[in-house]
Design a protein around this ligand. Structure first.
Ligand code: PGA
Ligand code: ZN
Length: 414
């Protein structure tokens, strides 16, 4: 099995032009694996800390002073890398070495192993079949922390090509709806600039309610039936809306606020009206009770925790005491190391939570996320919609579908 023989860390830039860290791991003297840490804009309170003292340079310095400890480790074994990381940094949120180094190092190691073993990374992580293709959740219209003033408070309006028979068709359907939406937006606002948010979603000047209506229209204009061929979803990212002093959700761009009861009613009414198949963080990250209410009332909708669960096994255990979620976002960098995320995925499986593997809004052109989605048997994958750093992951799904290891699309229903 491949053993780590060399490591290198450097500062590079992410898709927002901000500094981040990248790590190279070399196995057996010649197989180079590389990974670059992503970063979020709507960051959960319980996520791993990205950099020690919020400084990428400090992260690289700390990494360099400890990198020799990884020499000789088994590159294909995320647990082995995790244990060395934990011997350096025992803090629960990686405040000493930083979650970004934990991310980049642990993924670069398996990337290097995949090259040494000459198999896709997905196969290094999961030996037993079946492997299914996750459905791409396409972010077609956005606002919140991903876009500027005038756009909706809601962070993401998503489409899922639930009627697609394969990944090529699935991606084509999402792109069709995204481009159809541009025409819909032009029709309602002749001054629409084609502006897009961090993940490639259109960022128009419109309010929340109108935005969902226009998204639905774009599905219909594409020739699809909402809820049959293409489902609609919403990521409220509502921790960003929550005002903990006033105890209400502030939709500042629409000049209105909702207390908890009103927020639950609003979410339920949107789920019913648009037959939503997916909602994410409809209430703030600490409100397990309200989340449970929404989950219990809407059995057909995947009610997903992102900031609520932060890819943290303990949070899944806590949420599952209530039955708070039916879906769970997996973002490796929320947890830190790849093995943290694997433990999280296993806990989600035990509690029947559907996994959705996700990129971050600040990304690189890496495509490891697609392999991780397949290896964790995720039902869906979030990778924005267009732009090089989004497409790199979606195109990787097409390449992976060429391998005989993939057998059809994931099952969204059971
Ligand atoms: P982030 O948001 O990557 O900006 O945190 C993505 C999401 O909330 O799903
Ligand atoms: Zn989210």
């Amino acid at each position: 099995m491949p053993l780590i023989s060399n490591l290198k860390g450097r500062i590079v830039f992410n898709s927002r032009g901000n500094q981040t860290v990248e790590v190279d791991v070399v196995s057996d003297g010649r197989y180079i694996g590389r990974a670059c840490a992503p970063s979020g804009a709507s960051v959960g309170k319980h996520e791993a800390q990205s950099f020690p003292q919020n400084d990428p340079k400090k992260a690289i310095q700390t990494f360099r002073s400890h990198s020799h400890k990884f020499i000789g480790a088994e590159a294909s074994d995320p647990k082995a890398i995790f244990e060395i990381l934990k011997s350096i940094d025992q803090t629960p949120s990686y405040t000493i070495i930083g979650g970004s180094i934990a991310y980049a190092l642990s993924i670069a190691a398996v990337d290097s192993a995949s090259k040494a073993l000459d198999v896709p990374l997905a196969k290094v992580l999961r030996k037993d079949k079946p492997y299914k293709n996750p459905f791409p959740l396409g972010n077609i219209l956005g606002g919140g922390a991903h876009a500027g003033p005038g756009t909706p408070d809601i962070q993401e309006i998503l489409v899922c090509p639930i009627g697609a028979g394969d990944i090529m068709q699935a991606l084509q359907m999402n792109f069709k709806v995204h481009s159809e939406l541009r025409k819909v937006l032009e029709n309602v606002d002749s001054s629409f600039t084609y502006g897009r948010g961090d993940e490639g979603a259109w960022a128009p000047r419109t309010n929340n309610d109108k935005a969902v209506e226009l998204a639905e229209q774009s599905i219909k204009n594409s020739g699809f039936t909402v809820g049959r061929e293409v489902g609609l979803g919403i990521d409220f990212a509502s921790s960003s809306l929550w005002n903990s002093d006033k105890l209400c959700y502030e939709y500042k761009r629409q000049h209105l606020s909702r207390d908890t009861e009103e927020q639950i009613e609003y979410v339920n009414s949107l789920i019913q009206k648009y037959n939503l198949i997916y909602v994410e963080d409809p209430v703030h990250e600490e409100d397990f009770q309200s989340m449970t209410e929404i989950t219990k009332k809407n059995e057909k909708c995947i009610v997903t925790g992102d900031d609520m669960l932060v890819t943290n096994k303990e949070r899944v255990i806590e949420a599952s005491k209530y039955g708070a979620c039916s879906g769970a976002i997996l973002k490796v960098n929320q947890a830190g190391a790849l093995y943290d995320a694997i433990l999280f995925a296993q806990e989600c499986d035990r509690n029947n939570l559907k996994l959705i593997t996700s990129h971050r809004s600040g990304e690189s052109v890496d495509s490891h996320t697609s392999h991780i989605a397949i290896a964790t048997q995720s039902r869906m994958i979030k990778s924005g919609i267009v732009g090089g750093e989004r497409i790199s992951k979606l195109n990787e799904l097409l390449r992976l579908a060429e391998y005989d290891l993939i057998d059809g699309m994931a099952d969204l229903s059971s």
